[in-house]
Structure formats: C-alpha cells, structure tokens
Design a protein around this ligand. Sequence first.
Ligand code: UTP
Length: 290
Amino acid sequence: MKKITKAVIPAAGLGTRMLPIAYAVPKEMLPIVDLPAIYYLVEEAVNSGITDVLIITNRGKESIEDFFDISPEYISALTRKGKITEAKRISDIAKMANIHFIRQKEANGLAGAVKCAEAFVSGEPFAVLYGDDVIFSKTPVCRQLMKAYERYGKAVAGVKRVPREDLKKYCSLKVEPLGDEIFSVSDMIEKPRENEEFSDLAILGRVILTPDIFERINKLERGAGGEYQLTDAMAALARDKGMTAVVFEGERYDLGSKLGFLKANVCRALQHEEVKEDFREFLKKLSDKL
Ligand code: UTP
C-alpha cells in the first residue's frame, strides 16, 4: 500500500461568516495567539509524516504564501537586533515541509478546490485538511486517519457525533460499526434536511482520499449552496467502493466562525508560556463581572 506523504489544504473560500475581516485577511491567516490558523494544519500534517503540502489559495490570499516563505531582509533585520531565536523560528516554519501553492480560479466549493490538486497528488492517496478547521489532539488527527487507511485500504473520513439539530450545517454518514469508534461508510448526505439524516456522525475537517475521487468530482453537479460539494463526490465513492469513518480524538475549533475563533484563542492563550499567567488572572477578574 502506498504511504501517504501528500496533504492538500483548501484555503480559497470566501469566508463570508468571518466578514468584514475576511474581506482583507484570509480567515486561514487569523491568529491563534501568535500563529495563524493554517500553521497548525501544516504542523499537524508534518507531525503525521506528510512531506508535501499543497495549499489551495486564490486572489487576496498572498499573505499565506508570505508566511511560509523566508524574507532575507526581515531575517537580517531581526538578527541585527539580536533577535536570533525569533529569526530561527521564522526560518524553521518555512522549512517545515515542501509547501506548494495553486490558485482556485473560482470559489465554487470544496470539491472545486480539491480538483485543483489532481496533478499534485499524481495518482497517490492524500490527506485533506479543511483550511479553517484547527484540531488540537494528542495524536495528530491526520495520523489517526492514516492508521485506518493503512488497516482498511479505503478512503477515510474524520468524524464526530453532532447533535441532531446541528446536522443540517454539516453532513450525515450512513455507517455500520467495524470496531471501537471505527465504522464502514456506505453513503452520506451534505446539509441534510429534517428526516434526511443517516446518523449523527458528521465529517469535521479531515479526510484521506484515494485518487479515484477525481473521476467522481468531475461528474458532480452543483449541490447544496450552489457549490460543488466534496461530500457529494465522497458519497459516490462510499456507494461504489465504501469508505471508513474514524471518530477522532481532539478538540476542534472552526476558525471560519466568530465563536470558534474566540474559543481557540482563549484556550490556547491559557497554555501559552508567555501570556498564560497574566491571561488567567485577567479571565478570573473578568468572570466576576459576568
Ligand atoms: P467553508 O465552507 O468553511 O469555507 O470551507 P467558506 O466557503 O469560505 O465559508 P463561508 O461559509 O463563506 O464562511 C472549508 C474550507 O474549504 C475552503 C475554505 O477556504 C475553508 O478553509 N474552500 C471552500 C476552498 O478552498 N474553496 C472553495 O470554493 C470553498
């Protein structure tokens, strides 16, 4: 079985839930304390054994490329000021993996974004990390999914149980149990209406796909929201060949939503060496007033 060494991070969406800021700042570049959300996705991929990452961007998202690049002038300026640790930190980020970029010409949906990766994945299985879903976990979530791929040899969906009333915002999977928190998937539906749900298991931010997804993406018609839905292509794959679903361990933050952005920052700030003590005190005083 081919080892998974490639990951794709779609980051070309409009980010309408994060307007007005998303008009000028890509939501994937919103900070969690002092690192942009997308840094954590690349870190998760690298810690899972990925060597090559393709980030799908579009117009106005050049700051993502700049963040993973080395600016010799900036590094020299830091070095002259004696900020050697900071200079090394920035250079190390650029060297985390081979990071590639491609532009999605029209933000027409997640399937449209993944289609841009066809030449990059070049017939190999690959991981997809949705660009605004940051997940903090003991074992990187990508790695958790790769284990299921290695065991069952099928495309894998990272899932969580979602309250029934919230499923309409996500998708719903038709499953049969395979083992402890592992399921075989025979169908799925994007943004189900009432009574269309298969189960309370929804895909949240991570999948491992096999290259046969592209022929199904190519046959897609526009689905929910008028977009080309990756879920529709995965549903076709699940119906034809089956998929595996893994209930992953980890805390997920949706940086595409205002609440998710705020929660991620509060939780990480409480663990950040530089600010955690002062921030805890601040929160305690604030909570007295709530
Ligand atoms: P979302 O559906 O959360 O992104 O897609 P969105 O369309 O930007 O969201 P809203 O509803 O307008 O706020 C999950 C990930 O897929 C990327 C997004 O950038 C996000 O990281 N995406 C989405 C693309 O790369 N291309 C697309 O056409 C759509």
